[in-house]
Design a protein around this ligand. Structure first.
Ligand SMILES: N[C@@H](CCC(=O)N[C@@H](CS)C(=O)NCC(=O)O)C(=O)O
Length: 234
């Protein structure tokens, strides 16, 4: 019988099925990376909604698992050596789940490092830049009179889209014909940029035909359709 009570987060979000992987998340671009991954690999899991409306991510219980106070985070009751492990940072979680299950990561060393490289590119570039653009274009920053921050992030987002577009020229996915965790890391952010952030025209998205084509293929995957709704908002 698995016991996760040593993890303080389970006091606020009790595990109904402690033998299953526990996901603490919200369907945001970083959150859905992990729910999509879990849907793709078919590992049983129990999702828990972390509501930003009630600032759940800053609660002591949540921060006991992620001191950085951001979703997503997981507990895998069956971690390395069979012992439970808690993890945060979506890129690390994707890599962990891919290695654990031997899925969505090329088996050869070169392919593995190249996949990691594109996951890092998303984590250090695409996510932070698109996120800042969202702030200055759609959220509180849109009321700032000085448009230079917005324009800077729009230009950088456009540049990054160009890098992705070039990599996707003649390739179905970022690593070629094989769909990997690099795609799962990247496309929720591209979708958000032109959807929720409403920045399609601002970044000239229609110039990036390869990105648009891969995004279309991504959102058509049944696991992506499901993962985008998990955890269900209350
Ligand atoms: N680098 C982190 C970023 C996580 C992140 O920024 N999560 C956002 C949602 S997409 C969040 O929890 N925001 C809540 C807050 O900032 O209070 C990751 O990839 O896991």
């Amino acid at each position: 019988m698995t016991d996760l009570t040593a993890f303080a987060i389970t006091r606020k979000w009790p595990a109904q099925h402690a033998d299953r992987l526990q996901l603490y998340s919200l369907p945001t671009p970083n959150g859905v990376k992990v729910s999509i991954m879990l849907e793709e690999i078919g590992l049983p899991y129990e999702p828990h909604l972390v509501s930003f409306d009630s600032n759940d991510q800053m609660s002591a219980e949540f921060r006991s698992l992620n001191p950085n106070g951001k979703i997503p985070a997981i507990i895998d009751p069956d971690g390395p050596g069979g012992a439970p492990i808690g993890l945060f940072e979506s890129g690390a979680i994707l890599f962990y789940l891919a290695e654990k299950t031997g899925q969505l990561l090329p088996p050869d060393a070169a392919g593995r490092y190249q996949t990691l490289q594109w996951v890092m590119f998303q984590m250090g570039g695409v996510g932070p830049m698109f996120g800042q653009l969202g702030f200055f274009h759609k959220f509180a920053g849109k009321d700032y009179e000085d448009k230079r921050p917005r324009d800077r992030y729009a230009a950088e987002s456009r540049r990054l889209l160009g890098v992705l577009d070039e990599q996707l020229t003649g390739r179905s996915w970022l690593l070629g014909e094989t769909y990997t965790i690099a795609d799962i890391a990247t496309f929720p952010w591209v979708r958000n940029l032109i959807g929720f952030y409403d920045a399609r025209a601002l970044v000239g998205f229609d110039d990036f035909r390869n990105v648009a084509r891969a995004l279309e293929a991504f959102v058509a995957r049944p696991a992506v359709v499901r993962g985008l709704q998990i955890p269900r908002r209350g």
